[in-house]
Design a protein around this ligand. Structure first.
Ligand code: FAD
Length: 291
């Protein structure tokens, strides 16, 4: 499954992101989770990859489970941080053998607080890794974009210049970091188009799952909790898990309606390995004939 072909279809493409299960319980729940979300017939599923190769085996096993056991189209992620060219090649050879055709290429970050020595020939930026893969493999490649600017970027304009470099080196589609105000996304797309990036740009959707998780992720990723969202969070009891989850579903549905109205090529759901929010959002949008 080549993701770039899907985005040429003219339909709204639905993708769902997962991470490899982190313990035995999560392992047991992973199959049923994929089955539940498969029932919504997403166009493809994706599997993250821990920086420094920390989830190398788990990511591979999970991609295999999604593709071979659950028969779902899948794209694998590859994070270059810390890995040398030979390790990268070994990972890619295994994915190729498995039949993976699309690799989403990201740089990754230094694992926090861990004693990890990067390979001396590790790639500094995703663009370098994309160029390396493009020269050696026939994968369709994707890359990440940041509507609010990447947290370490010299400037938002420079960040978009570097995004263009990733596309020029071979990335055929862009999936964005999540955001809680669609204007960030629309402005970003306009700026990307202005400097000549023509690749499809797919918005990432991160429903609020819990208040704590939203706060933590926003600190790490730099995606602002907007006043509008904060006001709604303030009005909810953070201990009332269902209320917070439902607030997140309502908010994400509103965001998706606005995005769909502007004709986005797809919606990419950060499921955080949970099924309820993504299922409910997609079901509601379908019931409204928006998908
Ligand atoms: P890059 O494109 O290399 O950019 C990193 C920073 O360097 C940016 O600030 C950019 O402006 C700057 N830069 C780029 N090129 C240059 C240059 N030539 N000179 C100077 N500065 C430059 N992380 C994981 O560990 N595993 C995952 O599976 C994962 N999946 C993700 C999926 C999505 C959709 C997104 C949006 C992010 C994901 N991340 C993941 C997070 C990602 O690894 C981090 O955001 C990381 O800090 C940047 O990765 P990148 O590929 O965007 O890096």
């Amino acid at each position: 499954m080549r993701v770039s072909n899907l985005y040429r279809d003219g339909r709204t493409i639905i993708s769902m992101e997962f991470f490899p299960p982190r313990n035995e319980d999560a392992e047991k729940n992973f199959g049923p989770l994929i089955e539940k979300l498969s029932a919504l017939k997403p166009d493809y599923m994706t599997m993250t990859f821990g920086a420094g190769g920390s989830t190398r085996d788990g990511s591979y096993r999970s991609v295999k489970e999604i593709m071979i056991e659950k028969k779902q189209p899948a794209a694998a992620y590859l994070t270059g941080y810390g890995l040398g060219p030979e390790e990268i090649t070994a990972v890619l050879d295994k994915y190729k053998e498995l039949g993976v055709e699309t690799i989403f290429v990201i740089r990754g970050d230094r694992p926090k607080g861990e004693d990890f020595t990067p390979h001396p020939e590790s790639f500094s930026y995703a663009s370098e890794l994309i160029a390396f893969i493009k020269k050696r493999y026939d994968f369709t490649l994707g890359c990440a974009g940041y509507p609010e600017g990447h947290i370490e970027a010299e400037s938002p304009a420079k960040d978009i210049e570097y995004l263009k470099r990733k596309v020029d080196k071979g990335a055929e589609y862009i999936v964005t970091q999540y955001f809680y105000d669609n204007r960030y996304f629309f402005d970003y797309v306009a700026k990307c188009r202005n400097i000549g990036i023509t690749a499809p740009i797919i918005p990432g959707i991160m429903p609020v799952y819990t208040v704590k998780l939203t706060q933590m992720l926003s600190r790490v990723c730099g995606s602002a909790i907007t006043d509008e969202l904060q006001n709604r969070l303030d009005a909810a009891d953070p201990e009332d898990k269902d209320a917070v989850l439902n607030l997140g579903i309502d908010f994400a549905c509103e965001q998706c309606r606005g995005l769909l109205k502007e004709g986005v090529p797809g919606l990419h759901f950060y499921t955080m390995n949970r099924s309820k929010s993504t299922s409910e959002i997609i079901s509601r949008l379908r019931a409204e004939n928006l998908l």
